[in-house]
Design a protein around this ligand. Structure first.
Ligand code: SAJ
Length: 402
């Protein structure tokens, strides 16, 4: 059997490597020729724990990379699914194009599995009409791995597989069972679509609750972390952490699919999303408060530590730091803050440093936007600075928190 994994990004690549490393014949396809060249030359495309070792194993097992779609028995589509900022509905263009390209080359009897997160009903609405009368089977097996712990979670997480009939479900299960040691739950396609979106929405709402609590506690002069720590001792309470906002291409996007499709029925989801989206602006307000308290007038002497959407990854999509910088532009607030992230090697914003010491020399105040291990391991170099830790990762005295 040959598996063609389409889309070699944050999800498709680890999945393709995992299959290959576990004895499945795999060819990975991506329309980005540069990426294909890089992978074919044995260079990994993003930083993730244990991915380099997995890459080695997959190369030894004979994985191939190409920009062409291949005739195969089994396809896994893992391309991005953005949402339209105006309608809030899913923009399925990448999935639709990938499936069209697959249909041009796939033999009858093949199975096309969509792993990309899609709003409930997308396969019925946008993919089935493309397949028409062809005897090609569809499935939805939404990915669930968390950046930062992808390789472990690929093996150990439970998976959901939605198909039109149990026989196809078993076939798809057998492919994923080549590496997945978690439970594999079979269901119908629409339930699989919905359950994935619901999982990420649940997390978004929980984080929004934590962020709202942080604002209440700030106003009341209380320590939100102490409040959450104590509340979480209750056996049925598990409040997540407040932070500078919610980034990444998943949690900050997927809840909008439900709001877009069911606007009248989603006031809670909408409010949570809006709360999390407004958190960078709230952080900016707190930065100004702390500057004022310390007699600091020049915003260009303030540094944002961290540009990625969370710790120890190199992914900057929808990152709270980028959102905060965008808000500052909108407010035309004069000077620009300094920025540094050890994982971001290319220049993305102005005043971006690539050396921690140079960054620290340029600032009097550091705002920790991301709790990368680098800053945890070197926390004492911040001792002469005013520090605002939005992630609650530093334990030193005299640090400002949410
Ligand atoms: N965050 C907080 N407070 C928290 C937890 C997270 O502010 O207590 C922030 C993070 O810093 C980040 C954002 O939320 O900016 C999202 O990060 P995350 O670590 O919660 O999740 P993602 O986006 O990296 O991955 C999520 C996961 N979904 C769930 O946990 C339900 C992952 O399992 C999914 O596979 C992934 O979305 C996806 O691709 O859908």
């Amino acid at each position: 059997m040959l598996v063609n994994v389409v889309g070699l990004g944050y999800i498709g690549l680890p999945t393709a490597l995992m299959l290959a490393a576990n004895g499945v014949r795999v060819v990975g396809t991506d329309y980005n020729k540069e990426l294909v060249k890089k992978l074919s030359a044995g260079q990994i495309s993003f930083e993730e724990d244990h991915l380099p070792e997995l890459f080695e194993k997959a190369l030894d097992a004979g994985i191939r990379f190409t920009d062409e779609y291949k005739s195969a028995d089994f396809y896994i589509i893992a391309v991005p699914t953005p949402y339209s900022k105006s309608t809030r509905k899913i923009d399925p263009v990448y999935v639709v194009n990938a499936v069209k390209n697959v249909l041009d080359v796939c033999p009858d009897g093949s199975i096309i599995v969509i792993e990309s997160t899609i709003s409930p009903g997308t396969i019925d609405k946008c993919i089935r009409p493309l397949v028409g009368e062809r005897s090609v089977r569809l499935a939805h097996a939404p990915e669930r791995i968390i950046p930062g712990n992808m390789v472990y979670e690929l093996v150990h997480n439970s998976r959901t597989i939605g198909t039109d009939d149990p026989e196809t479900g078993e076939l798809v299960r057998s492919v994923y069972a080549s590496f997945c040691q978690g439970d594999i739950v079979l269901t119908d396609i629409k339930t699989a679509e919905m359950s994935k979106v619901v999982e990420n929405t649940f997390r978004d709402i929980n984080i929004a609750y934590a962020n709202e609590l942080s604002r209440i506690c700030h106003e009341a002069g209380m320590d939100v972390y102490e409040v959450i720590r104590i509340a979480n001792r209750h056996p049925r309470v598990n409040i997540l952490n407040p932070g500078p906002g919610v980034g990444g291409h998943c949690i900050s996007v997927d809840p909008w699919f439900l709001v877009g499709d069911f606007p009248e029925l989603t006031p809670l989801i909408h409010t949570a999303r809006t709360t999390n989206d407004s958190q960078p602006e709230y952080i900016l307000k707190l930065i100004r408060e702390i500057m004022e308290k310390n007699g600091l007038k020049d915003i260009s002497r303030v540094g944002l530590y961290g540009l990625t959407y969370k710790e120890n990854v190199d992914d900057t999509r929808e990152s709270p730091t980028l959102q905060l910088l965008e808000i500052m532009e909108d407010h035309l607030s004069g000077g620009k803050m300094q920025v540094y992230d050890p994982y971001v090697k290319t220049d993305m914003v102005s005043n971006q440093h690539h050396d921690l010491n140079a960054f620290l020399n340029a600032v009097d105040m550091v705002v920790v936007m991301v709790g990368h291990n680098e800053i945890l391991a070197n926390a004492d170099i911040l001792k002469d600075k005013i520090v605002f830790d939005t992630r609650h990762v530093l334990i030193q005295e005299g640090i400002y928190h949410l």
